[in-house]
Design a binder for this molecule. Sequence first.
Ligand SMILES: CC(C)(COP(=O)(O)OP(=O)(O)OC[C@H]1O[C@@H](n2cnc3c(N)ncnc32)[C@H](O)[C@@H]1OP(=O)(O)O)[C@@H](O)C(=O)NCCC(=O)NCCS
Length: 326
Amino acid sequence: MSRLVVADPSHIKSIYRESYALWGAGLTRRDYLGLWNEISSTAWARENARFYVWLGPGGEVLSSLKAYRPKLQLLGECGRAIVLGAIFTPRARRRRGHAAAAVRAALDVGREDGSNVALLFSDIGTRYYDTFGFREIPAEEQWGPLSAGTDDTPAGWTLRDMRDEDLSTVIAMHDAFCAARPFAVLRDPAHWEFVRTRAFGFFRRLGSAQVRQRWRVAECDGRVVGYLITVEGRGEWNVREVGALGGDFEGMADVLRVAAVEAARSGLRRFYAWLPRELVAHLSGWRIRSSSRRGAVPMIAALDGMAEFPALQVPGAAYIPYQDQF
Ligand SMILES: CC(C)(COP(=O)(O)OP(=O)(O)OC[C@H]1O[C@@H](n2cnc3c(N)ncnc32)[C@H](O)[C@@H]1OP(=O)(O)O)[C@@H](O)C(=O)NCCC(=O)NCCS
């Protein structure tokens, strides 16, 4: 009988040998595997991340996926989610229902584990995952030109690289922001360490001269008032997360204004982001275009009999920072 089991290193190696072509993201094959080994050894991942394989009766790998178990705040309730990622069936075994069986088994694990909902980010459209009860969370992404000529930047604000001692302030800003959202992945310090290990582990291995990641804080009068995570290169300023004191949208807009001027002066010409709609509304003067997200489309499924999630079905209502897209 087929079964879902936690992958051992030889299973992971065999899956990665094939999935590298799809998800290697510019890393060498060795670094691609090394990154997973580094991420999965963090305290948060040891507790909350699993690489599963769906094994056939003879122990052969029929399909595979990763499952994460973050804390989630959904419509005023706190709980756990199971987040499925990297769903992969070896090419020779596709179209025989193996991924479907693995997904269903993983959802059962989530249910038994007390997760209220399941999440995933689909790269293959939404129809396949509809069949397991997942519903699209309509998401809007924004892009536009960057201009160094804006004069609405807040006076006295400066940016510098984030340091370890900033982390407690950054976490408080992020928590304050999450508290007011209909949907948020909540990160305790161990989860932040996981997120930082993954992000820095990836860019350290990539070692690209063309693309760099920046974790920065904004200061005013010597006090940290905001933070910003970006990826910059090839002319693009990619905003991955922004925060401000009290989770305040005007403060977040100020962080973006200061940083955008700096980014434009450094030669970047356009921005790309997925930002909360309320924040976009504060960026008057920016030429922002929006469209529905096509890649990594967020989807949610209720595991405990909850009905649909009407509050999340409003276009633009949901926002999931890049670091929570697993
Ligand atoms: C997607 C994938 C995991 C499906 O594995 P599988 O074991 O063949 O899955 P199942 O047999 O349960 O279902 C097959 C169905 O998946 C859906 N599917 C597979 N690839 C798809 C794609 N690129 N776009 C849309 N639907 C797709 C189709 O509905 C397909 O049925 P069909 O071929 O009759 O149209 C496998 O194709 C794969 O590993 N692809 C590469 C990795 C990937 O894209 N993973 C998904 C990330 S969100």
